[in-house]
Design a protein around this ligand. Structure first.
Ligand code: GRF
Length: 187
């Protein structure tokens, strides 16, 4: 049985997708052993609704060291699913190769500090990009710099807004996230 720890900061629809695909066996032989949030959020509520062990560690400079203290040693994969805090380099090194993140754009474009959520979608619209997408990648101490695991794109049309892009990106995320988790777990 593979143990997943999921980190969230927001609505947690990607967390929901992971819960559902673990339940359905699409991600086989796995369980979510812990959900960690860095703020009160609907993602945390989803964990509570599904009776998944959950904890809130307030965001701030001690987040990574507090997380390091409580994370089960037998964790196979730490999944950042709409998680907004930056993990400290020491934490990333300790769990090297076992932390993945989903990013709402085609990295290496539109990554790095400040590039999250609607900021990414607005930047894509402003640059008149012809395509956008989502990327699942390994987490290293460089923000959004780790090796890509899976990426999928879609066409940006003239009528798209930051809101429609967010919707399209989410659809793609729900496809590639379980697939990427399976890939990393060796399924
Ligand atoms: C996703 O688009 C993810 O790529 C980004 O934040 C969003 C989180 O959405 N980092 P949700 O909380 O999973 O609904």
């Amino acid at each position: 049985m593979k143990n997943l720890v999921i980190l969230v900061s927001g609505s947690g629809s990607n967390l929901q997708r992971i819960i559902d695909t673990v339940d359905s066996g699409e991600i086989p032989d796995a369980q979510i052993s812990l959900v960690v949030a860095d703020r009160e959020c609907y993602g945390l509520e989803r964990a509570r609704n599904h009776n998944i062990e959950n904890v809130l560690i307030p965001r701030g400079k001690n987040f990574s060291s507090e997380l390091g203290k409580i994370i089960p040693e037998n964790t196979d994969l730490i999944v950042l699913a709409g998680f907004l805090s930056i993990l400290k380099p020491e934490f990333c090194e300790n769990w090297n190769g076992k932390i993945i993140n989903i990013h709402p754009a085609l990295l290496p474009k539109y990554g790095g500090k400040g590039m999250w959520g609607h900021h990414v979608h607005h930047a894509v619209i402003d640059a008149k990009e012809k395509e956008s997408g989502a990327t699942v990648h390994f987490v290293t101490s460089g923000i959004d710099e780790g090796e890509a695991i899976l990426q999928k794109s879609f066409e940006v049309t003239e009528n798209d807004t930051a809101e429609t892009l967010a919707e399209k990106v989410h659809k793609i995320e729900y496809e590639i996230f379980p697939e990427a988790i399976n890939k990393v777990l060796g399924n």
